[in-house]
Design a protein around this ligand. Structure first.
Ligand SMILES: [Zn+2]
Length: 478
């Protein structure tokens, strides 16, 4: 996600077999087959989902946790998706609530729990042992709130992101469960193979999927994708679609208001080309950018970037470049966005600074962006130190520990940019880029820890361990 305010302030179904290929040559651990139909009159998404969970760990899976991100939109949620500051803008109709109701699960007993009714637990009749898999069939309904956000009925678009139960990422410590957060992007998931069929009223177009069939009343859109961390879509009856290509990949821009949509499409194509040349080939067969109702900047999903319709024209190149950089940092190379937000946000923003340097026509440059981040961060530090006596400058911390977007933005984005600039100063741009190329290649389709990033940089001669730790542990003075 990119909060545009930062820029303004600072600078101005039933397949029991494992799927085959995933990005990075890894076998995916799961496969999702989703059939969803949107009822406009009920403001409801009715879904049938078959998910095949394969155990590729050394331990048996006795209970499977799925994140229910859609429940953060329900009335009474403890962890709401929108902060109080942005709620008046996002909830354009006043208070509005959504939520998800799981009506059946075949293949195991189920319950909804977690700290904030945010986890669907499924207990299979027998544990899933290593190298075994299990297929579950679920039915669920997603009620959409009237909100300009990742999931909801917006003023011009219906955003369908984080709408389905998604298996929690699995690591050495087992499944990783976390709550929603109004700060940042709390989504942590492993790559999987997907097949989605979305049926919508005929007036809608769907960004992020292909039109498969249509009648006078309905259209059916489909998406098949291998080795992706998530899937998301944007619906609207006001879209103008402009198509292009970058590095042999079809790129589409769905515009709501742009007078010159080809200009935005051009930035998206240039960003794909720039990141491919700099960090390694784009991992997916398509890329879509959609103008959406969203309270700030943009939001990244694999193969899809949402760009807020509120972004000023002058800021569009930076926002589109930032979200596109996330196709490398978050989508392809996964990291723990809940506890190490800097790892993808800082890198995406620093990549944006590199992109701006290489594309001066957009009016920005590398040094100006780094300087703006330093100015913003120092101001934040000064204010925090005065208000709280001591500023918490740790970067390795859960999203829920941030006092608000101001602190989150300065730590994850601005301090993140400063961090990668410092590494560049010490190791040189060539070694840093080589290290990041190693990082992108080694962890494509996987999850990388900060230690993995450090090791990749070291392998390229960019010894950054002390710099990174002094930043992430809040020890360095900027
Ligand atoms: Zn971002």
């Amino acid at each position: 996600m990119r909060k545009i305010i930062s820029w303004i302030v600072g600078a101005a179904v039933a397949a029991a077999l494992l799927p085959l290929a995933a990005c990075g040559g890894e076998k995916s651990s799961s496969r999702y087959d989703i059939k969803a139909e949107y009822s406009e009159s009920e403001e409801l998404l009715r879904c049938q989902m078959t998910v095949t969970v394969a155990n590729q760990t050394a331990n048996a899976f006795e209970k499977l946790p799925f994140e229910l991100w859609a429940n953060a939109y329900r009335e009474g949620a403890k962890y709401r998706p929108v902060s109080e500051l942005y709620a008046p803008a996002a909830y354009y109709d006043g208070e509005s609530y959504g939520g998800i109701t799981v009506t059946s699960v075949e293949g195991g007993a189920f319950s909804v729990g977690g700290e904030d009714e945010n986890i669907l637990y499924v207990t299979p009749e027998e544990p899933i042992y290593p190298d075994e898999s299990l297929t579950l069939c679920m039915a669920f309904e997603v009620k959409l709130a009237h909100v300009d956000h990742r999931l909801g009925i917006g003023e011009q678009t219906v955003n369908l992101a984080n709408f389905y139960p998604i298996l929690c990422a699995v690591g050495d410590g087992g499944f990783y469960e976390c709550v929603y957060s109004e700060n940042g992007d709390p989504f942590v998931s492993d790559c999987a193979d997907y097949s989605v069929e979305l049926t919508v009223p005929a007036k809608y177009d769907v960004a992020g999927a292909d039109l498969a069939s249509e009648t006078a009343e309905k259209k059916v859109f489909t998406l098949s994708a291998e080795g992706v961390r998530d899937v998301a879509f944007v619906m609207s009856d006001r879209f103008t679609r402009t198509d292009g290509e970058a590095c042999g990949v079809p790129v589409s821009y769905y515009s709501l208001t742009e007078e010159d949509p080809s200009a935005v499409l051009g930035v998206a194509c240039e960003a794909i080309e720039f990141c491919s040349e700099t960090f390694g080939a784009y991992a997916y067969p398509r890329y879509t950018v959609a103008e959406t109702d969203f309270p700030y900047g943009g939001m990244e999903y694999p193969m899809l970037s949402m760009i807020s319709s509120t972004v000023a024209e002058a800021q569009l190149p930076a926002v589109v470049a930032h979200e596109t950089a996330h196709q490398w940092w978050y989508a392809s190379v996964g990291s723990n966005q809940f506890e190490e937000a800097w790892q993808d946000e800082g890198l995406a923003e620093w990549t944006t600074a590199l992109f701006m340097e290489a594309h001066p026509a957009y009016g920005g440059n590398y040094r100006a962006m780094v300087n703006a981040s330093e100015k913003s961060y120092r101001s934040f530090f000064s204010v925090s130190a005065q208000v709280n006596k001591k500023a918490d400058t740790r970067m390795s911390r859960p999203l829920t520990s941030y006092s608000g977007l101001y602190e989150y933005r300065n730590i994850a984005y601005d301090k993140g940019v400063i961090l990668f600039d410092r590494i560049r100063d010490v190791a040189g741009e060539q070694k840093l880029i080589k290290g990041l190329r190693n990082y992108a290649a080694k962890y494509s389709g996987k999850m990388a820890s900060p230690a993995d990033l450090i090791a990749c940089l070291s392998s390229a001669g960019a010894d950054a361990e002390e710099i990174i730790l002094s930043f992430t542990e809040g020890r360095c003075v900027i």
